[in-house]
Design a protein around this ligand. Structure first.
Ligand SMILES: Cc1ncc(COP(=O)(O)O)c(C=O)c1O
Length: 402
């Protein structure tokens, strides 16, 4: 039987335990005296239904290939109705190894080498590196100072991307990494109208969709007026911390179903059966755990605001509406931050390098996120309040003249 309550999954392990138990990227990239608040992994303990489902599968040696991916689509469909009031069509889905492979495969369906892909900078660095690796060109459309989509600029970017009748796609991040912006229905409808006007095809990465704070609503792009021609990517991986058990689903709007049907069958061959079992358990039985996580993150995003006010009052921070990522504007600290090629994930330039060196806190360097990233760092607050507090105290001391 499912437990009646779930305690905050972020407050179960101490720093010492995390260091001893975690062998994934987050806790291994830095020396052992650095508090790692960089890559998007959580310091949570896994949801019990996921542990049970995966352990049971291993115990019965159920380690073959994915059968169809239909279980994944049905579990996500029922989660989507419960959480977002949205009915997704399981017939118009495809199972994928992970979201970024999904992004590249969707772009491959809609564009050719040499075509343009519009993105909203600053954005998740692999948007640059994966798109570049497919020989598509990036057209940046920066977010506004309030971290919202700049519709005027987007219109100009679509015009530039499609000049001379060129084919183009728009890769939208919703909710947005690194700013935690939650796009509204009105914004998404305006995006869809512009995409229609310029014949730009839309691909939406909705990996952070489960991580939305109370009082806010995630709007699936396919649910908005004009979203019918889009392809979206969803996954339980960020919500339930399953990057080590990757899986994802592509979902086509009714007018993009024929495009998704052209997806080469072998793309689905890379999907992991055990990861699929984990994701299905998350969607079906991980709701209470997710709510407990979000309650913990909700406290953390506010605690971070208090800690910044106390220890780093010149650092800019807009409390995010979604995700466990904080985009910190450190330009007032006056740390030199050389421009670098966006897309290369790094912790060793600009303010991130300064905090790693002087505060022993590991953050993601903003410059990797493209235009608008200079002088910024991304901080992952999916950790305990003790670690978050210690990190901010150290960061404050690092910039205080002695
Ligand atoms: C916006 C976004 N897309 C994709 C990913 C990675 O997803 P996957 O590991 O399934 O490729 C991340 C990871 O943080 C992300 O933030």
């Amino acid at each position: 039987m499912a437990p009646v309550t779930v305690t905050n999954p972020l407050e179960q392990l101490t720093e010492r335990e995390l260091r001893a138990q975690r062998t994934s990227a987050k806790w291994r990239a830095f020396p052992s005296d650095v508090l790692p608040l960089w890559v998007a992994e959580q310091d949570s303990v896994l949801a019990e239904p996921i542990v049970r489902a995966v352990s049971d599968a291993i115990a019965r040696s159920d380690c073959g290939y994915v059968a169809t991916g239909r279980d994944y689509a049905e579990a996500l469909a029922s989660f989507a109705v419960d959480r977002w009031g949205w009915h997704l069509d399981v017939e118009h889905t495809a199972i994928l190894p992970d979201v970024m492979i999904g992004v590249t495969e969707m772009l491959r369906l809609l564009t050719e080498p040499g075509d343009n892909v519009v993105i909203n900078s600053p954005v998740y660095p692999p948007f640059y590196s994966f798109v570049r690796s497919m020989n598509r060109a990036i057209v940046e459309s920066p977010l506004t100072a309030e971290h919202r989509i700049d519709l005027d600029h987007l219109s100009r970017a679509f015009a530039a991307a499609t000049i001379g009748g060129k084919r183009a796609a728009y890769l939208l991040c919703s909710p947005h990494n690194p700013t935690g912006t939650l796009h509204t229905t009105a914004e998404l409808e305006a995006v869809a109208a512009l995409a229609e006007e310029y014949a730009v095809r839309v691909v939406v990465d909705e990996i952070h969709a489960p991580l939305v704070y109370p009082g806010q609503a995630f709007v699936p792009y396919l649910s908005v007026r004009g979203g019918e021609r889009a392809l979206t990517l969803m996954s339980a991986s960020k919500g339930w911390n399953l990057a080590g058990l990757k899986s994802a689903l592509a979902v086509a709007g009714p007018e993009a179903a024929a495009d998704l049907a052209r997806l080469p069958e072998e793309v689905g061959h890379g999907a992991s059966h055990i990861a699929g079992i984990a994701h299905v358990a998350a969607y079906r039985d991980g709701g209470m755990w997710l709510d407990a996580l979000i309650a913990g993150l909700d406290s953390n995003r506010r605690l971070l605001a208090d800690l910044l006010a106390e220890h780093l009052p010149t650092v800019g921070y807009r409390v995010p509406d979604a995700t466990y990522l904080a985009w910190l504007d450190c330009r007032a600290l006056g740390v030199d931050d050389p421009q670098m090629t966006p897309g290369l994930v790094t912790m060793s330039v600009g303010p991130a390098a300064m905090f790693a060196e002087r505060a022993r806190v590991g953050l993601s360097a903003g410059t990797a996120f493209g235009s608008g990233g200079n002088g910024h760092v991304r901080l992952n607050f999916a950790t305990s309040q003790a670690i978050l507090t210690e990190a901010l105290e150290r960061m404050g001391r690092a910039v205080t003249p002695t």
